[in-house]
Design a protein around this ligand. Sequence first.
Ligand code: PAF
Length: 262
Amino acid sequence: MRVFESVAEYRAWRKLVGAERIGFVPTMGALHIGHQSLLERSVADNDVTVLSIYVNPTQFDNADDLNKYPDTLAQDLELAESLGVDVVIKPTYEQMYADDFRYLVDETHFSKELCGAHRDGHFTGVLTIVMKLLNLVKPHSAYFGEKDYQQLKLIRDMVAAFFMDVEIVGCPTVREPSGLAFSSRNLNLNAIGRKLAPSIYREISSDKSDSEVIAALTFEGFAVDYCETRYGRRFVAARVGEGAEEVRLIDNVPVTNVSAGN
Ligand code: PAF
């Protein structure tokens, strides 16, 4: 496995790739079983798999959240190698944002709803870095988890809007036996949060209405940012824990999982 910390070296390597199919999994590190499923799918579908590890500061609306983002680099590289990843790129801010974020990709509708309504500028940061990474890596296919369904849809729509020549592959959410979706943020849950967190999936999969789900999660001790049904899915974001220990979790399910009440 080759690890490139230099964008210039990656670009030189990319020029030498011939007809091989390239799959790409962009991440912010702290790899978990959800990422593992994306990497496995890419390794199975392509000749070469590229993984990026880059904690993108422009998508964090809150400095604490950025500082708390887990860093498990040694384990991440070990996992990537064991899964058959061929190339890792781990660029710096100066390399990814030589323009110092003067050029942005802004979406004006769906990115302002759901998580976008609670995290100012979040999706502008996501779309901008994903555009940069796709242009840099030049993959045939790129893999994203359905846990971040709003992100996945916005990226798909961006790729269509800008005639970008890459296939965006959405992969199913991977869950713990409790139903909790795997997320890098689960590492930051304290004992109480860990115990409460599986309620999120249980509630959104129930036959309760969106407002009943909000009431039930609030009663259990969550601060619910939203629970809304759009595009045939029910989306939720809820925070658990106090002050510096607060963790924000998101999830979504197809409404076919929801038996009634919507
Ligand atoms: O889903 C993520 O981890 C990030 O939003 C992504 C797509 C790697 C962009 O920074």
